[in-house]
Design a protein around this ligand. Structure first.
Ligand code: SF4
Length: 224
């Protein structure tokens, strides 16, 4: 408990990336009209979920008016609506919606994180910003001592997962990103790739509810 708190304190006070610090704070100051009466979080966003999780979900970065506003991963935007509805259908979440930090949402067996903790302009963190943020993901992974499955939402998260988790020794070819692809990792863990539930993917039909549900069915079968 103390380790988690100390970790979150370190992260939420981070100012390592000047471009992202300026952007997250400007968005929090200017706000979107629909949220003008709210106080934006405007800081790095910690991971969220079950601290004894067997499943780690890695996303890209907080959305400017989503997690950068609410202070909780995938909360208050369309990607989060898609993600938490699917987690609820799969039995990993107690409710299908995620609107704000204290809305009663709890996760079972799942912890949600991201490769970059600050909202980036155009949802695109630069490679040096992802590298600067990597120690936070690594510390979080170290605290999640009972991990068995890692779900990477999008190619950037997939590559970040492979920088941390080595493929199993008998895997002959390098894992390739593709929706619903699953690869064994060392220590009996698994890596599952998924398209990111961004509006760009869900509104174009590149990622449907059925396709996303397949991911969580696969995760459950890997856990069992
Ligand atoms: S992106 Fe990560 S390393 Fe960069 S300022 Fe935010 S928390 Fe710090």
């Amino acid at each position: 408990m103390y380790e988690w708190r100390s970790f979150e304190n370190d992260m939420t006070s981070c100012h390592r990336c000047p471009r992202l610090v300026a952007w997250r704070e400007e968005v929090a100051r200017v706000k979107r009209r629909a949220y003008r009466d709210e106080t934006y979080w405007g800081k790095p966003v910690p991971g969220f979920g079950d601290q004894n999780a067997h499943v780690l979900v890695i996303g890209l970065a907080p959305a400017a008016h989503g997690a950068n506003r609410t202070g909780r991963m995938f909360t208050g935007d369309s990607s989060g609506s898609f993600l938490y509805a699917a987690l609820h259908r799969a039995g990993f979440a107690n409710q299908p919606t995620s609107s704000q930090r204290y809305d009663g949402l709890t996760l079972r067996e799942v912890f949600i994180s991201a490769v970059c903790r600050c909202a980036p302009p155009d949802n695109k963190p630069a490679p040096d910003e992802i590298a600067a943020c990597r120690p936070f993901l690594e510390r979080e992974i170290a605290l999640l001592s009972d991990l068995r499955v890692v779900v990477a939402l999008g190619r950037v998260a997939f590559d970040a997962a492979l920088r941390h988790f080595a493929p199993a020794e008998d895997t002959t070819s390098r894992p390739v990103f593709g929706h619903a692809a699953a690869y064994p990792l060392v220590n009996g863990r698994w890596l599952v790739a998924s398209y990111h539930p961004s509006r760009q993917n869900t509104q174009t039909g590149r990622l449907t509810e059925a396709m996303f549900d397949d991911i969580w069915v696969k995760v459950k079968s890997l856990l069992s």
